[in-house]
Design a protein around this ligand. Structure first.
Ligand code: G3P
Ligand code: MG
Length: 247
């Protein structure tokens, strides 16, 4: 089985439901609660700066409007990415991957960077994100785990930084999961917990892959998944499923 130097719990989008997603404030909230690992989403601005954002547009999580892939990062950085969530977070911005890396390294957090390309930019995003991860986390204690729903992005990430561990994100597990995971040299499959069964976890492990389950928001379900042999739980509820919750 592949190496897995990661903790049992990872905070989804930085700080789950406790802070505006994909901001440094979110990462701070998780670290304060004792979390040892964060997941966040990375994509490219028009000028190919890697920054943190989940959606294709900035509409839902900032005071701006429009497609991220059409904006220069300088304009993105000026948007308020905190107030939509709560006035207490006004002034938060969409950080660059470099800023997130500096903060995570300062807080000694392990990281799962999800490569979240805007449509049509899969290969480009995979290559640039992987290259930056290799650069900004050089010499880090545990290697950054890259993941993506996009096989094209993962392929391109492998070309740019083959030494970084890769996980393939899926909702339901497709019929050809073994072939794709093998071809991409993945260490893990990241699966929606709703699609998992105990038997499926065994199958994935037997193929030599670790399992990360997302997004698990009740302690009962988290406990069940761990009993099935899940390696890591990605959660929004870091207040309920904390660093010490699952031992
Ligand atoms: O990596 C798990 C999870 O982040 C995947 O879904 O849409 O929240 O990025 P999403
Ligand atoms: Mg994500």
């Amino acid at each position: 089985m592949a190496d897995w130097p990661y903790p049992r719990v990872v905070a989804h989008r930085g700080g789950g439901t406790l802070a505006p997603e994909n901001t440094l404030a979110a990462i701070r909230v998780g670290a304060k609660l004792g979390l040892k690992m964060v997941e966040f989403d990375a994509k490219l601005s028009a000028d190919e700066v890697v920054f943190l954002l989940h959606d294709d547009t900035v509409n839902r999580t900032s005071d701006g409007r429009g497609a991220a892939a059409r904006k220069q990062y300088a304009a993105i950085a000026r948007l308020d990415a905190g107030s939509w969530f709560d006035g207490r977070f006004s002034g938060e911005w969409m950080p660059t991957l470099q800023q997130a890396s500096e903060y995570c390294r300062e807080l000694d957090l392990a990281v799962n960077v999800e490569i979240k390309p805007c449509p049509g930019r899969e290969a480009l995003t995979g290559r640039i994100v992987a290259g930056e991860v290799a650069r900004w986390w050089e010499g880090a204690t545990s290697p950054v785990l890259l993941s993506s729903f996009s096989l094209e992005a993962l392929r391109s990430a492998r070309g740019a930084a083959a030494h970084l561990p890769r996980g393939w994100l899926v909702d339901a597990v497709p019929a050809d999961w073994r072939e794709h995971a093998r071809a991409l040299g993945c260490v893990s499959l990241h699966v929606s917990h709703r699609q998992l069964t105990a038997a499926r976890v065994v199958q994935i492990n037997e193929a030599g892959l670790r399992v990360l389950a997302y997004t698990v928001n009740t302690p009962e379900r988290a406990r069940e998944l761990v009993e099935w042999g899940i390696d890591t739980i990605c959660t929004d509820r870091i207040d309920l499923i904390g660093a010490s919750f699952l031992g």
